[in-house]
Design a protein around this ligand. Sequence first.
Ligand code: HEM
Length: 229
Amino acid sequence: MEEKQNWLQWTADRIGWEAIDKAMLTRKIPKVNWAYTLGSTTLFVAIIQLVTGMFLTMYYSPSPDHAYDSINYIMNDVTLGWLIRGLHHWGASVMVILVFLHMWRVFYYGAYKYPRELTWILGVLLLVTVLALGFTGYLLPFDQKSYFATRVGTSMAGVVPLIGPFLKRVLLAGEDVGTLTLARFYGLHIWILPALFVLFVVPHLYLVFRIGISAPPVLEEEDEEGEEA
Ligand code: HEM
């Protein structure tokens, strides 16, 4: 018997996205609370950062002579430039706050324990990546604030035992903040760190779906009462 199929069924037969829908959206989860939305909120802001960042590259110029002016141009002359740059600028701080809140939720509920240790380790790598994105992005406007903040930050790296001076030189691409530092931070900020972010976030989310979200912990007595009921 020939059945009339619509395009939804047609794509489902080929892609099999019903399985994805089942794994992600329609499966049962334990009774959780609002703190469990912090990971998804972080992911949402990360996507905003990625999209607004892509648009910013269309007008931003990573050279010491033009970086500051190109940001001014984005803010004052480009259509909706103020909005895109504003979202990216404030989104960076929001993301750092959200990552810490999400980590705190996971720690407070003991959700890092077996079998979620790998999810936690990937989370730590994500945290470092997010902080590095913030640090490298801060230099890009190349104004006084970002210039001196980078000098302070790289000097701190310079006093790390043993590898400090080497680390500082690698970060600065020389002895002091200059043209090559800006180029290096830009490359890190728009290519290497976002690539690392994706590399870590994909298995992080895969593990969340594979293992399932943890239930909020309960006191032993509450647990026993629950069993009796
Ligand atoms: C940009 C960074 C991150 C993103 C986008 C992200 C995303 C998520 C999402 C969507 C979830 C599921 C929902 C939830 O529990 O809120 C989750 C769970 C989890 N995350 Fe993250 N996360 C990030 C950073 C971190 C960090 C820094 C840690 C810890 C160091 C971490 C450890 C975990 C763990 C252990 C779980 C499983 C929690 C459970 O099963 O209850 N994540 N993450």
